[in-house]
Write a protein that binds this ligand. Structure first.
Ligand code: NAI
Length: 328
C-alpha cells in the first residue's frame, strides 16, 4: 500500500474548511487509493473548533484518512506537507483600504511561505484559496526561494466551474459537454471568462451562443460577480462550491486533465499571452504527469485582449502595492 500523503489545510475551522476536509478525507482529492494525513492549521482561538471538526472526521470512519493533526504554528503544520491548501486569510472589513488588506494578508502568507520553504516535502504543491488569492500566492511564493516557483498556484477553478455551468445552461447542454473554457487574469471582478475557444457538444461555444450582447452584458458580469450573488442569496460567501473547486484544482493538477479538455489555474506567468513574467495569473492549462502546462497558440481576439489586459493590469498593480509594502 501507498504511504499517506500529507495534506496541510489552513483555515481549517472556517466554512470552506468544513466542506473541504470531508471531501479530502473521502478520497476525492487524490483518488480513492491514496491514503491522506490531514495537518490542520488554525489561529489559536479557532483550534478548539478545528478539534471539533476532527472529531466529526473521525466519525466519518473514512478508510483513506490515515490521521489528523492540529496546529497553531505554521512551521509545524507545513512540515512534510505534500499538498498545502491555503484557505485561511484576512477578509476585508468595513472601511479597510486595499493596502491594509494586503498588509494584513502579508502577515499571514509571508510566514506560511517561509514555513513551506523550511519544511515542506520536495514535491510540495500549494493552492492558495484565501483572498486576494493571486497576490497572497505571490507573497507566499516569494518567501519560499528553495521551492520551484511553479508549485505556487491560486484558485480560479470556482470561476471556471461557474462559467462552465452558465454556458451549459445558456445552450441547454449538459455541463459534461462543455470543454476548453478559460478564465484569464485575477480571481476578482476583473477576471475574464473566455468562451471563444470553448466547445459545447463539439461545437464552438461562441458560435453556438452567437450573442455578443449576452456575452458582454450577462455572462461575463454574472460569472465575475457570482460571489456577490451567492452572498446576497445565502447570507454567507460561497463555501461548498469553493471547496469543490479546490478539490478539482488539486485533483486535476496531480492526476491530470481529461483528454481533449483543459482547465483554468492561476500560476506564475512565463510571459505567455503577454502576461508579465512572475505574475500569478489565470491561464488555460493542461495537466499531465503531475505537471501543468499553459495551452499555447490560442488566437486572442480584440474583445478578449482588452479584458485580459485589464485583469492582468490589476494583478500588476497588486504586485506593485505589495512590493511597496515590503511584502515581496
Ligand atoms: P472563514 O472566515 O469561514 O474561515 C477562515 C478561517 O481561516 C477561520 O477559521 C480563521 O480562524 C482562519 N485563519 C485566519 N488566519 C489564519 C492563519 N494565519 N492561519 C490559519 N488559519 C487562519 O472564511 P471562508 O469562507 O472559509 O473563506 C476563506 C477564504 O477563501 C476567504 O479569504 C475567502 O475570501 C476565500 N475564498 C476564495 C475563493 C476563490 O475562488 N479563490 C472562493 C471563496 C472564498
Amino acid at each position: 500500500t501507498q504511504a499517506p500523503v500529507n495534506v496541510t489545510v489552513t483555515g481549517a475551522a472556517g466554512q470552506i474548511g468544513y466542506a473541504l476536509l470531508f471531501r479530502i478525507a473521502s478520497g476525492q482529492l487524490l483518488g480513492p487509493d491514496t491514503p491522506v494525513k490531514l495537518r490542520l492549521l488554525e489561529i489559536p482561538q479557532a483550534v478548539k473548533a478545528a478539534e471539533g471538526t476532527a472529531l466529526e472526521l473521525e466519525d466519518g470512519a473514512f478508510p483513506q484518512l490515515a490521521g489528523i493533526d492540529i496546529f497553531d504554528d505554521a512551521k509545524q503544520a507545513f512540515a512534510g506537507a505534500n499538498v498545502a491548501l491555503l484557505v485561511g486569510a484576512r477578509p476585508r472589513t468595513k472601511g479597510m483600504e486595499r493596502a491594509d488588506l494586503l498588509e494584513a494578508n502579508g502577515g499571514i502568507f509571508k510566514p506560511q511561505g517561509e514555513a513551506i520553504n523550511a519544511g515542506a516535502a520536495d514535491d510540495i504543491r500549494v493552492l492558495v484559496v484565501g483572498n486576494p488569492a493571486n497576490t497572497n500566492a505571490l507573497i507566499a511564493q516569494s518567501h519560499a526561494p528553495d521551492v520551484p516557483a511553479e508549485r505556487f498556484t491560486a484558485m480560479t477553478r470556482l470561476d471556471h466551474n461557474r462559467a462552465v455551468a452558465q454556458l451549459a445552461k445558456k445552450l441547454d447542454a449538459p455541463v459534461g459537454e462543455v470543454r476548453k473554457l478559460t478564465i484569464w487574469g485575477n480571481h476578482s471582478a476583473s477576471q475574464y471568462p473566455d468562451i471563444f475557444h470553448a466547445e459545447v457538444a463539439g461545437r464552438n461555444a461562441a458560435e453556438a451562443v452567437n450573442d455578443e450582447k449576452w456575452l458582454a452584458e450577462e455572462f461575463i458580469p454574472r460569472v465575475a460577480k457570482r460571489g456577490a450573488e451567492i452572498i446576497e442569496a445565502r447570507g454567507a460567501s460561497s463555501a461548498a462550491s469553493a471547496a469543490n473547486a479546490a478539490i478539482d484544482h488539486v485533483h486535476d493538477w496531480v492526476l491530470g486533465t481529461a483528454e481533449g479538455d483543459w482547465t483554468s489555474m492561476a500560476i506564475p506567468s512565463d510571459g505567455s499571452y503577454g502576461v508579465p513574467e512572475g505574475l500569478i495569473s489565470s491561464f488555460p492549462v493542461v495537466c499531465k504527469g503531475g505537471k501543468y502546462e499553459i495551452v499555447q497558440g490560442l488566437e486572442i481576439s480584440e474583445f478578449s485582449r482588452g479584458r485580459i489586459d485589464a485583469s492582468v493590469g490589476e494583478l500588476a498593480e497588486e504586485r506593485e502595492a505589495v512590493k511597496k509594502l515590503g511584502l515581496i
